[in-house]
Write a protein that binds this ligand. Structure first.
Ligand SMILES: [Zn+2]
Ligand SMILES: [Zn+2]
Length: 384
């Protein structure tokens, strides 16, 4: 398959500045992130393609080489650029997560990254995992307990996480002398890469554990019961310390972050702890006054007294009928906004009654009267 132009991949013009390239990459990374594209099989490969393009264009030397020689600058010797291992979120695999980490920090705040890398660290911390959870407004109101299946890797039981079979010890990697990185000559350039022998760990295991092939951890789906407190909103992040991916070779586990998204509701709009509900009332009821029944988020009913002569847009408050506060105590309020409805499909008799009513109307429309008197003085002013 022919490789696409790196500038095209990032959606920027040739000769774009470092800032533009970074911006282009962030946009693509957000758009194509595998977490947001579960139903789009193309997204993952495009995401990797964007990472690869950014790896080159963010680096002044590599960019210069690319501008001069195109993809040919990186071919030969190392078996082509593309094939990175792994994929999915939080793989903690060398280039993949390092290319993504600065964007990642931007998106999710000060997030602990993968693990320590390179430098021959024996053990490394497991990656943090993100889990997106969409819940209804009713569930956000009441809170809920939810069991989620977290795809993660756990410490291998056969080798107690060491990666070595039968208690043997790992040895320093001969390819990179324990540095985790190798340098390679490509055309006129020297390029530093993650060591292909030890995947950047700096150590190899001569006699790898048969269960985990030396990784010290195995993939597994884990059911986790999570308490979602009442009052959460879109963007609320719940951290479960130590529930992320297991560390490499006995390192500590990462954390699991649950990102909440609260769905839109058919009846209620939310603003912080307050709820808003637009309620239609008939023209006659708005004029005469009366009481109406309104729904509340707890599934109950509330009664609201409409004063006679209420106009469209009038708001009434039901204290304490909003959302519970996530921290602290108390609840927000619910606001009812009246929408006065003009009747349609009138019968002949109804038309007759309304026409008669209109004939009898004199001081019943103060807003109209004041509007037309302003209009009159406006026109008078134009003449003078
Ligand atoms: Zn190595
Ligand atoms: Zn093992």
């Amino acid at each position: 398959m022919a490789k696409r132009d790196y500038y095209d991949v990032l959606g920027v013009a040739k000769g774009a500045s470092a800032d533009e390239i970074k911006k282009g990459y962030r946009t693509k990374a957000k758009e194509l992130h595998p977490d947001r594209n579960k139903d789009n099989p193309d997204a993952e490969s495009k995401f990797k393609e964007a990472n690869e393009a950014y790896e080159v264009l963010k680096d002044a030397d590599k960019k210069a080489a690319y501008d001069r020689y195109g993809h040919a600058a990186f071919e030969g010797g190392m078996g082509g650029g593309g094939g990175r291992p792994g994929g999915g979120f939080g793989g903690g695999q060398g280039d993949f997560s390092s290319a993504f980490s600065d964007v990642f920090d931007d998106l999710f705040g000060n997030f602990a990254g993968g693990g320590q890398r390179g430098g021959g660290n024996r053990a490394s911390r497991g990656s943090d995992l993100r889990y997106n959870l969409r819940i209804s407004l009713e569930d956000a109101y009441g809170g809920l307990q939810k069991t989620i299946n977290v795809p993660t890797s756990i410490s291998c039981e056969s080798c107690s996480g060491s990666g070595a079979e039968g208690g043997s010890e790992p040895a320093s990697c001969p390819t990179c002398s324990g540095m985790g990185k190798v340098r390679a000559q490509q055309g006129f350039f020297t390029v530093e890469r993650t060591c292909p022998t030890c995947s950047g760990l700096g150590q190899i295991i001569k006699n790898p554990c048969k269960t985990c092939q030396g990784a010290g951890r195995v993939e597994k789906d884990r059911a986790l019961a999570v308490n979602i407190p009442a009052g959460v909103e879109t963007g609320t992040r719940i951290r479960l310390a130590g529930e992320g991916e297991a560390g490499m070779r006995g390192g500590p586990s990462g954390d699991l972050y649950i990102f909440i998204e609260v769905s839109e509701h058919e009846l209620f709009q939310r603003d912080g702890a307050n709820l808003f509900c637009r309620v239609p009332v008939s023209m006659a009821k708005a004029a005469l006054g009366g009481s109406i029944e309104v729904p509340t988020i707890d599934g109950g009913r509330g009664r609201v007294q409409i004063p006679s002569g209420s106009q469209s847009g009038r708001q009434m408050r039901l204290r304490g009928k909003g959302m519970p506060a996530l921290r602290g105590s108390g609840s927000g309020d619910m606001f009812i906004e009246l929408a006065v409805e003009t009747p349609v499909n009138l019968t002949a008799r109804q038309k007759e009654l309304l026409a008669e009513f209109d004939d009898l109307s004199e001081n019943n429309n103060p807003e109209s009267s004041s509007f037309f008197s302003s209009v009159k003085s406006f026109w008078d002013g134009m003449k003078g």
